[in-house]
Design a protein. Structure first.
Lengths: 166, 776
């Protein structure tokens, strides 16, 4: 197993890691301490003090609040979406590309879906406008709750103490 | 581990093939019983051989694995079909006595499971007594009701004996170029039932004493359009199987039969533990929900099928992945839509075996992939759905069309857990839907009856990673060793000249890291007679999504041109369309055609056979992959490169990536970083201005549902899933807060419903005992 420095993990997150190291990461067994380095790197990138438990996306986090140890979904800008067990998308802004005109804002004619078959749903942060996700379902499709982590089991795997409210 | 295989507990009967005296079926059932009881393959709580003699264990594995790969590389040179010889569409796999895979070669490793299912079918249906299993036998199978993906994957299966005792099996599969379906080409459409999907062979004994039976040779060759390729493909499979059989016999001589037998069992438990270990090392326990769709646009006039199949439908594949605390996992496809009258249905084995092709590209990138991984995985594929049809009439020629789409969503889902753990290098936004499939047939440039299936699809764009762009025109999910093939070879194999082959602009999904781009080849029919072609791909819908803010790849479109006047224009030295259709709205090709040309340029990407004369054009557009992350996070320098490489059109660089760009006199693009930062701030504000609170939007969407305001195909998809799954219906109604009495039924949509109510499963045939390896 290879081990990597926090600097290397930071370069990975930034997309700046050299190819040789990246290739080693791909081809060698995984480094168990990646998680600790990773969340430390992510923590350095945000301006708030709540503790990052894991990211749900490049700008979206599961965090433990400093004040009362609640587990919430939170944007990098600080916007909170509420309890991490609830689908954050329901508290986001949505923009639905449901017409040819709206589709042609993002793809050339003939290269986007026909909106009587499929729409694009873009989910934005209400505070900073970052796009956290794009769904591409049929009309009527329920909003997908992508991921519900089992934190107790994860921290058991990691041999680390779980958040108190996990 | 929960039970995965239904098995009967019968009184042990005397058998002659095994030293234990058990029949093959009893032997297999005992393995299943021990596995179910203990959670370990065959009850192996300890790997005695591996632990006591690790070098001996590894020596056997390395020898067998190297032999499998070597046999594939040698045998494929026998084939003449470019699908096999150029694209590597073949695979050899070694099985233990029970039909569980020990090790496999490289290549189309989906067949780890499909050939295993065929062996298990022979075991369960007592091939032991009739037609008998003897040294030197060969069995041929491509039956989709047994587990084959599609009829064109022909498997040769050879039993391996030591001192007159069966010690295992070897299987070889090649993707043949034609199986005599209604539509020419290996993955054709036009047919909508098995009766028209090409010749299907059910574990038939086709060889004795290492020699193919003459009746088999005569019968099989005349049932396909391309007998030359058929014959050489079979020789390829036989040669590879016999090389591997020799290797196993040699290994047994060197290591002893007992050691080999122990190895052949332990290695599967080892494989099971390997998957568990990787799940624990890389993923996050919990629930992941994902979904995928595929358009089946059959009402169009260019799709000629029976009237009961002339409906627009949508394949629906929702999946709930549960990664359990014990690091096994369950994949539940509750809510899938029904099978249909088209060639995209799939057998459960095709599904469950196929996902390992994908997983070997991320979760288990190891040569140790074998049936152990399956024993660590629970699959639930509800009966009656497109991936577990309850009717023996279903067609499967292009099962991949649905399979790859549903797997793309799995890749996206599992990537969420890699991302959460910090293994960004493993994240993949998904795969492209590898299409278009250029297919057709008739009389070729050599005056022979012919059929084609261009495998340029083997090199589509890949999905973006969380640290880098997807690869351009590089791979396909079903064969990790992607290769688009040499133009010169395709021109020998097909009466189609290349007018150009070039990267396809704007096909990679946008994102912080963009999806890999696809490519396009413009083909002109030349030298043929009585030639037809058709299109096969996605057009009205995307089957991939982006990940974490990335966009899906571009959808497909169709371009074909007839009566082009090109042969005259060539003689007259006039301009020609040379393959780049950079912005389809500009209709570049049409500027170089004669005045009487008729052009079809639209989103109808599935058609059935239509006539192409010499000089006609066909655009083969191979798709791109989906993107990762918010496009506004993309490095401006990368966008400048995209522009200069013609990977993205300037209009969309500005609109999607929010860059401020300029072009110098030499035509080079550059991005103004400072102005771009400012513009991107504006774009974010525009998003906030145009966005609605999701709860508010849901009220509007709910009203559309109450008003039944959606296309027929969307309603048919939901109605078909609701009919098969009360759970999915209940969740749908709960999410949208619909009244208790709300319902949506197919019979209210005014469309044909053949197969929706009346059907007949393969298990209803006399003396047929299907092998069931999933919950259903």
């Amino acid at each position: 197993m290879s081990n990597y420095t926090k600097k290397q993990v930071s370069d990975l997150v930034k997309g700046d890691l050299d190819w040789d190291t990246l290739h080693r990461m791909l081809s060698m067994p995984k480094d168990k301490d990646r998680y600790a380095n990773y969340v430390a790197v992510l923590q350095d990138q945000v301006s708030w003090d709540d503790k990052i438990i894991m990211p749900f996306g490049p700008h979206l986090y599961l965090a433990e609040t400093k004040k009362d140890k609640k587990l919430v979904t939170k944007c990098a800008c600080g916007h909170e979406y509420g309890d991490y067990k609830k689908n954050w998308k329901l508290n986001a802004l949505i923009y639905v590309r449901d017409s040819e005109e709206k589709m042609q804002e993002v793809y050339p004619k003939l290269m986007a879906p026909d909106t009587s078959w499929q729409v694009y749903r873009e989910y934005y942060c209400p505070s900073c406008g970052v796009m956290h996700d794009v769904e591409a379902p049929t009309p009527w499709y329920p909003v997908i709750h992508d991921f519900q982590p089992d934190l107790k089991a994860l921290f058991d795997w990691l041999d680390l103490p779980a958040p108190v409210n996990a | 581990m929960t039970k995965q295989e239904n098995f009967s507990v019968e009184t042990t009967k005397p058998g002659s093939l095994l030293s234990s005296g058990l029949t093959l079926n009893d032997h297999r059932n005992l393995i299943l019983q021990r596995t179910e009881k203990t959670g370990f393959y065959n009850g192996l709580e300890r790997l005695d051989f591996k632990e006591s003699d690790p070098i001996g264990y590894e020596r056997i594995f390395s020898k067998l694995r190297a032999g499998l790969v070597n046999s594939r590389e040698v045998a494929k040179k026998i084939a003449a079909s470019p699908i096999v010889e150029q694209e590597g569409e073949l695979c050899f796999t070694l099985y233990n006595v029970a039909g569980d895979c020990i090790a496999t070669s490289t290549g189309i490793i989906i067949h780890v499971g499909t050939m295993g299912a065929a062996i298990k079918y022979m075991i369960q249906n007592n091939w032991e007594s009739n037609p008998g299993i003897n040294p030197g036998d060969m069995f041929t199978n491509n039956d989709c009701q047994i587990g084959n993906v599609h009829p064109c994957d022909i498997a040769t299966i050879v039993p391996i004996f030591h001192e007159n005792q069966l010690i295992g099996w070897v299987g070889g599969v090649t993707h043949v170029i034609d199986v005599g379906a209604v539509g020419p080409g290996s993955m054709s459409n036009g047919q909508v039932q098995r009766f028209g999907d090409g010749v299907q062979i059910t574990c038939r004994k086709t060889g004795i004493n290492d020699t193919p039976q003459r009746d088999w040779l005569h019968e099989s060759q005349r049932n396909v359009r391309t007998p030359k390729y058929w014959i050489l493909d079979e020789k390829t499979r036989i040669a590879g199987c016999h090389m591997i059989r020799d290797l196993v016999e040699e290994t047994v001589r060197e290591e002893g039969a007992q050691a080999y037998e122990k190895f052949a069992t332990e290695v599967i438990e080892d494989g099971r533990r390997g998957l568990v270990s990787r799940i624990k090392a890389m993923t996050i326990p919990g629930k992941i929900r994902t979904v995928s769709f595929v358009d089946v646009p059959y009402t169009h006039e260019d799709v000629v099928v029976p009237s009961f199949a002339k409906i627009d439908t949508i394949m629906h594949a929702p999946c709930e992945i549960t990664v359990k605390p014990d690091a096994t996992w369950r994949l539940d496809f509750e809510g899938c839509s029904r099978w249909g009258w088209h060639t995209y249905n799939a057998n459960p084995v095709a599904f469950t075996s196929g996902i390992w092709v994908m997983m070997t590209q991320s979760l288990v990138p190891t040569e140790r992939i074998n049936d152990g991984a399956r024993y660590a995985t629970e699959f639930r594929l509800p009966k009656g759905t497109w991936t577990n049809p309850d009717d023996r009439r279903t067609a499967h020629a292009d099962a991949w069309h649905f399979l790859v789409s549903s797997w793309s969503s799995l890749w996206r889902g599992v990537s969420r857990t890699y991302f959460g753990r910090g293994y960004l290098e493993e994240v993949n936004a998904g795969n492209s839907n590898p299409c278009n499939w250029l297919q057709g047939g008739g009389i070729n440039q050599d005056g022979e009856i012919h059929a084609v299936n261009s495998f340029e699809t083997a090199a589509c764009g890949t999905g973006a990673c969380a640290v880098k762009d997807g690869l351009n025109h590089a791979a396909a999910i079903w064969n990790p060793e992607g290769d688009m093939g040499d133009i010169e070879i395709w021109e020998l194999a097909e009466p189609l000249l290349y007018m150009g082959r070039t990267i396809k602009t704007n096909t990679g999904g946008y994102g912080k890291y963009r999806g890999g781009l696809g490519f396009e080849t413009l083909r002109m029919v030349w030298g043929s007679a009585d030639w037809t072609m058709f299109f096969m791909g996605n057009g009205y819908m995307n089957s991939d999504w982006g990940l974490m803010g990335g966009y899906p790849a571009a959808t497909g479109y169709r371009f074909e041109a007839h009566n082009t006047g090109l042969l005259e224009r060539i003689q007259e030295g006039k301009s020609l369309p040379l393959g780049k259709d950079g912005d389809p709205s500009l209709c570049e090709f049409e500027k170089h055609l004669g005045p009487d040309a008729t052009v079809k340029r639209d989103k109808q990407c599935i058609t059935t056979e239509s006539i192409f004369e010499n000089g006609d054009l066909y655009l083969n557009y191979l798709r791109g992959g989906p993107g990762f992350g918010d496009p506004l996070d993309r490095d401006p320098a990368a966008i400048a490169e995209d522009l200069n490489e013609k990977f993205v059109l300037p209009e969309f660089a500005k609109k999607v990536y929010g860059v401020v760009i300029s072009q110098n006199k030499a035509g080079d693009w550059s991005v103004d970083v400072k102005k771009t930062a400012s513009r991107r701030d504006e774009v974010r504000k525009e998003r906030i201005a145009r966005g609605k609170l999701t709860h508010q939007w849901m009220e509007e969407e709910r009203q559309k549902i109450l008003d039944k305001e959606a296309s027929v195909q969307v309603q048919q998809m939901f109605a078909s899933s609701f009919f098969l799954s009360e759970k999915f219906l209940g969740e749908f109604k709960e999410f949208w807060d619909l009244p208790t009495g709300w319902e949506l039924k197919e019979e209210d949509l005014g469309i044909p419903m053949f197969g929706a109510v009346h059907h007949m499963d393969i298990s209803e045939l006399p003396d047929v005992h299907p092998v069931i390896m999933t919950e259903q």
